[in-house]
Design a protein. Structure first.
Length: 735
């Protein structure tokens, strides 16, 4: 019986897949093979569906809830055509009970048990068919896998026990089919229990609902999981304090049975955890202090849990090494390092012999009780550790040398500044070279000018001092000159044009020192360029090829860059406009065109090194002149020695007009004088009454001349004053 039902279900699914394929073929054929005119006359409509989906006993389409859908195609008969038109997507579809059967564009879905009538309407015609929806099984039932008995609604169980369910699908009077692997299993609380294909794994105490669901039907059981034990206790209570370096501390755990109150030791079987293994670790109750801090040790066994706070302390505040910084030594040298610790009572104690000493690179050096023995050229880290505190220093071992040379013998410095001492390179036995800067001991010939300490020189005052370095019996020297500190280098020009094949003088350079004094250092500046398109001489530069290059000038620790254009000679400059008239705050660009000998031209507006005289009148950015203050002057610029000048006039801009009265009321024959004020952006108003143009909208009512309004006859008139491109009105009433 069960096998037959399974086969029927599979066969029904196959039929539905076949129906869907046939429907798709029909739709595709109707869309791609036949064209209908927009004015075709429909004479009727009819359904088409897979015969396997129709139940002749109920005279309805047969649907299963949460199973495959049924595809129904709607065809329309068209006058004059032997081929029927697929109108499934164009029809209006309805279900008499959408909670039982849902329909969308001919696709039927079973949602609940019952019967619904499916209706399709197209071009005034309607077709209907019944559809029944039912569950695959009347019910699904949970049973105990081991005993096969029904499961109660609630079930109690203790941790440590096993539990397994089987779910059966029942249809009619059938005994049921095992659908455990096909069903969807779930738990409401995975912290209490999990479930996979009916096998329940108990995780913790509490309550959870185990549910098996299949095709709209489900069954569930509420599990209450408890511990078989009343509690779990440790042999220690309160806070446990440990010190790094001490022996492990052993804890034991005992559980108490609920019924008998019998105590059972579970130290080895229980689960032990530490909230921070970096502070303390635990294994079967054995606690090992690792580093200073606080951790919680927790023990759990079949639903009962307890914990204890553990505080790990160091017996010492810190450890100190002497020497305490990196050390550099030759293979023939000896080094002894002393280790001291400071306890929590602020009492120091030497532990050189008790500490644990290690070398990160024993090929370079070894260490025993603080005594470092160099073995080969290289670097190692020497570390001393003692009861939770440790410290390290880097040790570098060098080979023997027979010559030494300073990287530089001349140093420029500035008062109150400091810098690195020169790098010293030594020659060893095989002729190769090595950096021995860290081994050199430096002194100063005049500590009033400069001092030496920790690998750096410090300038004290303006003057000169000789710095002397000694290493393995060898001596090197470097002269330190202390200058006034320069702040900035200023070039006479930021850009320069060099005529191809001709020499052009280098720009002059001025230095501004920290004391505010300015000094011409043109002769002391060192110039360089990475381009081979120009030749640098002592005081000039010569262009070799048309190009744009950069010159860099250096004086002490400051640099200045100049953009150089090597180009053909310009024979003529044309400027536009030839004069400028601006309002304050307004800008205008100057266009300058340069003409070469060969007739080619170039735009030079932003390359003219513009100047404004007076400089309070306007500013220049590139080729744009921006007016600043009212006045007149000139803007001048030059290129390749050719100069141009442009007259500049800055006039105030009219912002608005105002009148002394906006409305005037007069009797015939009476007169009234209105004052017109011009308001400029400069903030200085001007009386513009006499200079404005006055007009009246109705001279037969009122006339106006230079602001004087004369009433003629009763009525209203608008008096308008115009000045500087703006206007304002006065309303006049004559009564």
């Amino acid at each position: 019986m069960n096998l037959r039902l399974d086969w029927n279900l599979s066969f029904m699914q196959a039929r539905k897949w076949l129906a869907a394929a046939l429907a798709l073929m029909l739709i595709t054929t109707s869309m791609t093979g036949i064209a209908y005119a927009a004015g075709d006359t429909v004479t009727g409509i009819e359904f088409d569906y897979d015969a396997e989906d129709f139940n002749s006993s109920t005279n309805a389409l047969d649907l299963k809830i949460e199973s495959d859908k049924i595809n129904v195609t709607l065809f329309a008969s068209v006058s004059g055509s032997t081929t029927k038109k697929n109108v499934t997507s164009s029809a209006t579809w309805k279900s008499s009970n959408a909670s039982i059967v849902k329909v969308e564009n001919g696709v039927l879905t079973g949602l609940g048990k019952g019967t619904a009538t499916i209706t399709a309407t197209y071009s005034g015609y309607t077709a209907s068919i019944k559809a029944t929806s039912d569950y695959v099984y009347d019910e699904v039932t949970l049973k105990d896998t081991n005993g096969g008995s029904d499961i109660p609604a609630t079930q109690s169980i203790e941790l440590g026990q096993s539990l397994e369910y089987t779910v059966y699908g029942i249809k009619g009077n059938d005994k049921g089919i095992d659908i455990s692997t096909e069903a969807i299993w779930s738990t409401s609380n995975a912290a209490v229990a999990t479930v996979v294909d009916g096998t329940v794994t108990l995780v913790g105490t509490g309550s959870t609902t185990i549910t098996a669901k299949f095709k709209g039907k489900s069954d569930s059981v509420v599990l209450t999981v408890s511990s078989p034990y009343k509690s779990i206790e440790l042999n220690r209570t309160g806070m446990l304090e440990l010190e790094i370096g001490t022996d492990d501390t052993k804890l034991t755990a005992t559980v108490t049975e609920k019924d008998t109150l019998k105590a059972i030791p579970v130290t080895n079987e229980a689960k032990w955890t530490s909230s921070s293994t970096a502070i303390a670790t635990v294994d079967k109750g054995s606690i090992t202090p690792v580093s200073a801090g606080k951790a919680t040790i927790t023990v759990s066994y079949l639903g009962v849990t307890t914990s204890i706070e553990v505080v790990v302390r160091t017996a010492y505040q810190s450890i100190k090494l002497t020497p305490e910084k990196e050390h550099h030594m030759f293979l023939q040298d000896d080094l002894s390092i002393k280790a001291e610790v400071l306890d929590n009572k602020n009492e120091p104690d030497e532990v050189t012999n008790e500490a644990t000493w290690t070398s990160s690179n024993i090929l370079a050096a070894t260490v025993t009780n603080g005594d470092v023995t160099p073995k080969a050229v290289g670097t190692t880290k020497i570390t001393a550790s003692y009861k939770g505190v440790s410290r390290s220093i880097d040790v570098t071992v060098y080979p023997s040398i027979n010559a030494a040379k300073a990287e530089t013998t001349e140093i420029d410095g500035f008062a109150s500044d400091s810098g690195e001492l020169p790098k010293v390179t030594a020659t060893i036995f095989d002729g190769s070279q090595t950096d021995v800067s860290k081994l050199v001991q430096w002194t100063s010939s005049d500590e009033k000018v400069a001092t030496v300490k920790d690998g750096k020189w410090t300038a004290v005052a303006i003057g000169e001092a000789v710095l002397t370095g000694k290493v393995q019996g060898l001596t090197v020297e470097a002269k330190l000159t202390v200058h006034v500190k320069p702040l900035k280098l200023i070039a006479s020009t930021k850009e320069m044009s060099v005529i191809l094949g001709k020499e052009t003088a280098l720009p002059s350079i001025t230095v501004i020192n920290q004391d505010g004094e300015e000094e011409d250092v043109t002769g002391s500046v060192k110039w360089k360029t990475t381009s081979d398109n120009i030749v640098l001489k002592a005081e000039s530069v010569k262009g070799l090829e048309v190009s744009t290059v950069t010159l860099t000038g250096t004086y002490l620790n400051k640099t200045v860059t100049i953009k150089v254009r090597v180009e053909e000679e310009i024979v003529k400059l044309v400027v536009e406009p030839t004069s400028l008239a601006l309002n304050p705050g307004r800008s205008k660009s100057i266009k300058v065109t340069g003409y070469y000998k060969d007739g080619n031209k170039i735009s030079l507006g932003s390359k003219m090194n513009w100047e404004v005289n007076p400089d309070t009148l306007a500013s220049v950015n590139g080729s744009s002149v921006k007016a600043i203050a009212v006045g007149s002057g000139k803007v001048s610029g030059s290129y390749q020695g050719k100069k141009i000048e442009i007259a500049l006039v800055v006039t105030p801009k009219l912002k608005s007009l105002s009148v002394s009265s906006k409305t005037v009321s007069l009797s015939p024959g009476a007169a009234f004088a209105v004052t017109l004020t011009a308001n400029y952006t400069t903030g200085s108003p001007v009386n513009a009454t006499a200079n404005a143009i006055w007009t009246s909208s109705k001279p037969n009512v009122a006339t106006v001349a230079d602001g004087k309004i004369t009433a003629v006859s009763k009525g209203t008139s608008t008096i308008k004053a115009s000045f500087g491109g703006k206007s304002i009105t006065v309303r006049v009433s004559v009564k």
